[in-house]
Structure formats: C-alpha cells, structure tokens
Design a protein around this ligand. Structure first.
Ligand code: SER
Length: 388
C-alpha cells in the first residue's frame, strides 16, 4: 500500500464516521507559541482541546507535519525521523476513548488488512493523580488484543504546560517470527498509533486541572505504518524515501547509519526550508543550520570535496510535492549550497583561530564565550574541530 493510499483510506474511514477533514498547518506554530516547531498533530488544535468550539464541529480528521529534535539521536533506527507526518483524529467533547480505540482497531484490521494477532496495546496503569484506565483494558480484552499497563509511558503531554491525559498506544509486531513478549520488553513491537484521552490541563506550577470537557486526540505515525504495510524493514525503504535512497549512494558512497542520517536530515531540511525558515544562529533557523551541518559533517568525514551542489533536484522536488509545498526545488538547492559555503568558511576560520597558542590547552568558559561572540564559533563546533 502506497503512503498516499494509506492517507486516503484513513481519512475516508473517519469521514464515513462523521469526521470533518481539516487542512494541516505548516511546521511553524503561530506567533507567541512557546515551542519552535509543531511536534504533534494536536499542537495546532490546542485552543480547541482546551475548550474553544471548532468551526468544523466536534469530530475532526487530518494530517499534520511535525518536527521533533528530541528524537535526533534515534534517527537512523528503523522508525524515527526528524520530520514526519501524523494522521490524526479528534473528538472534541464528543465520543470517548474506548469508542476511538474500537474504530482504530476496525481501521487497522478491516480497513488496512492487518492481522489482529500482530497487535498489542498498552494502557495507563493509574498513578497518584488518575485512576487506572479500566475502560480501555475492557475494550482491548473484548477485542482479544493483549494489553500491558504502564504508568509513565501511558500519560501524554505536549510539553510542561497544556492539555494532557492518559493514553492507550497500539503496537504492531515487526519481527519475523510470531509475536513475543510485550511492547515495553521487546523493541520489535512498534508503536503506530496513540489514542490520548485529553482529560486535564497542566498549569505552569505543575498542577493538573480537569478540562471542562474530555477530548480524544489520536496520532498515527504515517511513515512508520506505511513502511510496515509495505513490508519494509525501516522507514528508509518505504516509498517516501525512494528517490533519496536511490540517488544519494551513487553520488556519495554512504551506507548504514550514515546514509539514513543524511537522507533524514536533508529531507527534513528541505521541508523546513519549504515552510519558510532560513538558516540562523538562533531559534528555528539554528535547528535548520544544525541539520545541514550534521549532514556535511558526515559527508566530509570521508571526502571534504563532497558538495550539496551535486544534489539532483528529483528527491528535493519529490519531498516538496509530498509536503504540498509550492517552492521550486532549484531555490531550495541554492539555499542548501549557500549554507554549505558559510559552513566551509566558518570551519576554515575556526581552524585558523584555534591554531593560536592561547587555544591549544584546556578551554575555559571565557574562551568558549570569546570564540562564539567574536568569531561565531559555537561550542559544539569548537569541540569537534579540536578533535580533528
Ligand atoms: N498527541 C499524541 C501524540 O503525539 C496523539 O496524537 O502521540
């Protein structure tokens, strides 16, 4: 099943159940929002999850692009990406968590043809603040899906403040043999869909207050489930990465983790540029800058003459089209090359400055401050140049 077929099947299934389709937002939250990037499908809906009526009603379905830097170190495994898409459904004070789970089970098994024996669920075990989620346990038992209860893994929040609540996560077995063990004990159980009952709001001082009405927020990792449905061992073999993994290795002989990192970070940088962010030393622009620099660091480890100027337009255009971004691929390529040139100049300058006798020994905080403020050399760059 192609990724776009999965999106269509998902959306139509929920439209048949009274959900209205919402257009996703860009990666950029509105001004005044405390986070740099949208990290979850629910993020643009926060005001509605906190009680404001949504103009399209109380049942919504949609897709949303997200960026997570918290998962950066995990990129390169089978399932984590920096930029990814979430398919989501929302009940704004309408139906409850078990109804959401039973529809989710119906879509996965009947709609997408997944063998029910390959599913496992987790639920909230309860803690000092909230009781165990017995309604979800009952639902999973009725459906014959094994269920495991956890405390912390099954409480979802989008940061230190805002709507939050207990969740039930659905896992799909990705191993070769028959399913074994449980999601917390065996990584071959891959989390594909999270159903959160948004019951509370956490305030700045950490207290939890009940929301005026309970909502359900679900998020399904699109690339992840698509790869599993396509029978592929990782997201990098799925159709969304096809031109990247086909065209990059002949250009730069990379493999394994390095190839995955370069594909993920370049594709993510394309989407971030496509949403209008430009490289900078702070905020969103710095996240973009770090992605490009991490790519170049990997490329130049083996051959410093490699250049993003050699990137063909096809994977860039493919990604821009998938994310419905109306930017010419040539413009994105030009911005990547400009950033590469800046980084090359900075490295040359950095090597030159760090060769001074003053910087040969141990560096203290004042040295790092001086190198940053006077020469624009971030601490992590200084550290890596000194290891060369
Ligand atoms: N907000 C939940 C998540 O991101 C479900 O959408 O996992």
């Amino acid at each position: 099943m192609k990724t776009e077929d999965l999106v269509r099947t998902f959306t139509e299934y929920y439209e048949e159940r009274g959900h209205h389709r919402i257009g996703g937002s860009t990666l950029l939250p509105p001004p005044g929002d405390p986070v740099l990037f949208t990290t979850s499908g629910m993020h643009p809906l926060t005001p509605y999850l906190e009680g404001r009526p949504h103009p399209l009603g109380r049942r919504l379905v949609g897709r949303q692009r997200c960026l997570r830097t918290t998962d950066l170190e995990e990129v390169g495994d089978a399932t984590h990406l920096t930029v990814f898409e979430m398919l989501g459904t929302w009940s704004l004070g309408d139906y409850d968590g078990p109804r959401s789970l039973s529809w989710g089970y119906g879509l996965l098994t009947e709609g997408l043809g997944i063998d029910p024996a390959l599913l496992h669920a987790t639920v909230h075990a309860g803690d000092g603040r909230t009781p165990p989620d017995t309604a979800s346990v009952r639902l999973w038992q009725e459906l014959g899906v094994p269920v495991e209860a956890t405390e912390e893994d099954n409480w979802w929040s989008n940061g230190p403040v805002g709507p939050c609540g207990p969740d039930s996560e659905i896992f799909l077995w990705s191993g070769d043999g028959p399913p074994r063990s449980t999601p917390t004990r065996d990584e071959r159980w891959v989390e594909v869909w999270n159903h959160v009952t948004m019951s509370h709001r956490r305030l700045g001082d950490g207290t939890l207050v009940p929301l005026p009405r309970r909502n359900v927020d679900t998020g399904l990792g699109l690339e992840r489930l698509a790869a599993l449905l396509q029978g592929e061992p990782s997201v990098f073999e799925a159709d969304v990465f096809e031109p990247w993994v086909r065209l990059l290795p002949p250009l730069w002989p990379l493999e394994g983790h390095s190839l995955r990192l370069v594909c993920d970070h370049l594709r993510s940088a394309v989407v971030v540029l496509g949403d209008g962010v430009r490289p900078a030393n702070t905020g969103r622009g710095y996240v973009l800058r770090r992605l490009v620099r991490r790519v170049l660091t990997v490329l130049w480890r083996d051959d410093p003459s490699r250049s993003l100027g050699d990137l063909p337009p096809e994977p860039v255009g493919h990604t821009l089209a998938r994310f419905r971004q109306d930017v010419p691929p040539g413009e994105v390529l030009r911005m990547l090359l400009d950033e590469e040139r800046r980084f090359r100049r900075l490295l040359e300058q950095g090597r030159h400055v760090l060769a001074r006798p003053r910087f040969r020994g141990r560096l203290d905080e004042e040295d790092f401050r001086y190198l940053h403020d006077t020469h624009g050399l971030p601490r992590e760059l200084v550290t890596s140049l000194r290891q060369e």
